[in-house]
Design a binder for this molecule. Sequence first.
Ligand code: SF4
Length: 343
Amino acid sequence: MKEKKPVVLSGMRPTGKLHIGHLEGVLNEWVELQKSHECNFFVADYHAITTNQDTREIKQDTFDMVKDWVAYGIDPEKSNIFVQSMVPQHSNLHLIFSMLVNLGRLERLPTFNEYLKEIVQVDEKDVKRVDEEKRAKVSYGFLGYPILQAADILAYKTDVVPVGEDQLPHIEFTREIARKFNGLYGELFPLPEAKLGHAPRILGTDGRKMSKSYDNEISPLDDLGALQTKTKKMVSDSTRKSLSEPGHPYECSVFDLQEVYDLEGSKQVYSDCTTAKLGCGDCKGLLPQKIFEKYGEFREKRESLRDQDILEVLVEGSLKSQRITGETLSQVKELMLMDYIRK
Ligand code: SF4
């Protein structure tokens, strides 16, 4: 009998066209995982509206993002690719799981507190004021999004969830929900394991996190001219004042890219930088061609994909997801003795 592969689930909010950080981090890992796992990759459109309720661009952003996935090597023949809002079982499980969680536990999740600090920006000691601001600014949906994540994961009886470090508490939280359900109603859910990725550090051209909202992205679709302009303005080692001083490659985001795009060549760059033989301008000048060449095949494949191709992938994947999660939901209801209305 064919051995069952471990099940993976991972998603991205629909952000439109991806930048090189997404490709070299998340997508590289997904491509690897699909070789040995049963993969489910989804467009987390319900998660997207927890923080931004403007849905006018969501359709095009979804198509643009999934084109990038497929062009980069996420193969619909190997991996299930779907849209969260097309699979109502996620929402149904979210509702059931929300009865198993108390408010205090949700409010203690670190991601929630980080978000609060960002949007409320008041002295944490002023508890009453934090509480009032929180009630005014945080939606019920946002507070509960880790429960929706748990539903996403458990609906597929997922074994492995690739995550960044900040999401580890949510996987622990998902395990708690699985344990609670299994204890109350009967064994059904495996306890998912988090898989920490090894994404390379890729910062934006201004030295901050690479993000569309900071306008500091490098795109795999950039032409050579755009890459030359962008790499030229990249922030390098800020302590290096002149060519005669040695640089510190590990404190330089240009060097991060040298390692990603030419690991072998980066050894020479390291040596020349630390012995003050290489200036930052020349060092940056080495990058555009390497970045451009790396994504040649990607650009070609992406160009050939039409919205209709992506639509077909997403419809087929969402129907498959409905079948998988429909079965899980039936088992949930059976164990809860809530399948009592039947023909
Ligand atoms: S030479 Fe290159 S690696 Fe060294 S500090 Fe300048 S940009 Fe960074």
